[in-house]
Design a protein around this ligand. Structure first.
Ligand SMILES: *Cc1c(COP(=O)(O)O)cnc(C)c1O
Length: 391
């Protein structure tokens, strides 16, 4: 008899259970029982990718030149399109060769960044509630996540002043994400300036995750970290075509900013993946070079849905203000529930799937997130059902 057991790595056990997998199981069980579940749980645009981008992919896919291994560092044409887009949109001049690195979606860059920057025992500062790869990426690199609470009282911004001295000393990386998932909060100029100063003084790498800069309403234009003085000295920005052009399934994004940090990530990535299918890169070039029309049209649809949700929720006494950016609604759960019991109750009683705030971290407790990325008719049906909810 063998006494060998096939143990998995200890780092896997340090990763908290993925709440969303559990919710998915519940939703599947409901569907199997014949319930017509409406999912408002995931931030994934229901609108199709604009046809001009699909056509670019079709054409590029037919060209054998695109069938071989791509460059590790992306097509020069893609890096140039990204740099030009930053220039047009933010007035930020990037050197496409040294300050831009295409990725397989921004999650690729986010989850791997700690492998390039964090040594075992070093601290990664990450928002709570927040996108879970900030903390799990740190854990996989044997770093130590230190969570920064986001609270309504502080307008969903972390209080950098409150970070203890011993943590500052060991801190290597700070994650920020504005416009924010899950809270839909935006950050003022002063906050970006303060964060840049914090990172400069403490020798911390500022990683800004910015996939929602183009999903904004009422004339609001969310900023880039790189447009602020000193931003490029301390940091990098993670961006992608996923949300801007309804391209979540295509897996293409980029990292932009500090050339030394970009070089380190490039070195790391040559050892992990073998680049992005070139036909997808040509589609991303078409996306970035094709103007803002498609994005503005999508934003009008998201805004209209946000206004509908706010109208119905406020009628229920749930007290929400339509956000200035993102396709998320972040709202308090009614009294008598925690976020998991409320999401469970909504699913059981009216067959609508929303996300409990605690799934994004302990400070998400007491809230739920809903995404307005369901077709109008489905969203209306969900709102009609919620109107009849007994709490
Ligand atoms: C959607 C999202 C991403 C990742 O998008 P990709 O599809 O990997 O480019 C990253 N961060 C946040 C906060 C997101 O909501």
């Amino acid at each position: 008899m063998s006494d060998t057991t096939l143990n998995t790595a200890r780092r896997l056990a340090r990763i908290p259970p993925y709440l969303f997998a559990e919710i998915d199981r519940k939703v599947q069980a409901k569907k199997a029982a014949g319930v017509d579940v409406i999912s408002l749980g995931i931030g994934d645009p229901d609108l199709p990718t604009p046809p001009r981008i699909v056509s670019a992919l079709q054409e590029a896919a037919a060209d054998p030149a695109n069938h071989r291994y791509p460059s590790y560092f992306g097509l020069a044409e893609l890096r140039a399109a990204i740099a030009d887009w930053y220039s047009d949109r933010f007035g930020v001049r990037l050197d496409p060769e040294h300050e831009v690195l295409p990725t397989l979606g921004s999650k690729d860059g986010i989850s791997h960044a700690p492998f390039a920057f964090v040594d075992p025992g070093e601290v990664v500062l990450a928002p709570d509630p927040g996108y879970t790869p900030y903390a799990t990426g740190a854990i996989m690199a044997d770093g130590e996540p230190y969570m920064l609470p986001l609270t309504a009282d502080n307008a969903w911004l972390p209080d950098l002043e409150s970070i203890p001295a011993d943590i500052r000393k060991r801190a290597k990386l700070l994650w920020l994400n504005y416009p924010n998932n899950p809270t839909a909060a935006t950050a003022p100029d002063e906050f970006f300036e303060q964060a840049i100063e914090f990172c400069r003084v403490n020798g911390v790498i500022l990683c800004h995750d910015a996939p929602y800069t183009e999903i904004a309403f009422g004339g609001y234009r969310p900023p880039s970290l790189l447009q602020y003085p000193g931003g490029r000295e301390v940091g990098i920005e993670f961006h992608s075509v996923s949300k801007t052009y309804s391209m979540t399934g295509w897996r293409v994004g980029w990292i932009a900013g500090n050339a030394d940090l970009i070089a380190a990530l490039g070195q790391l990535k040559t050892n992990i993946d073998s680049g992005i299918f070139q036909a997808v890169q040509w589609a991303a070039i078409e996306a970035l070079r094709g103007g803002e029309g498609d994005t503005l049209a999508a934003n009008q649809i998201y805004l209209r849905r946000h206004l509908r949700v706010a109208e119905v929720f406020n009628g229920l006494g749930w007290n929400v203000t339509p956000p200035r950016a993102t396709f998320y609604v972040w709202a308090p759960v009614p009294p008598g529930y925690d976020s998991i019991s409320f999401a469970g109750h909504v699913l059981d009683q009216v067959g609508v799937n929303i996300t409990p705030g605690v799934g994004f971290g302990p400070h998400g407790e007491g809230y739920f997130r809903l995404s307005v990325t369901a077709p109008d008719a489905r969203l209306d049906e969900a709102l009609e059902r919620l109107r009849g909810l007994t709490v």
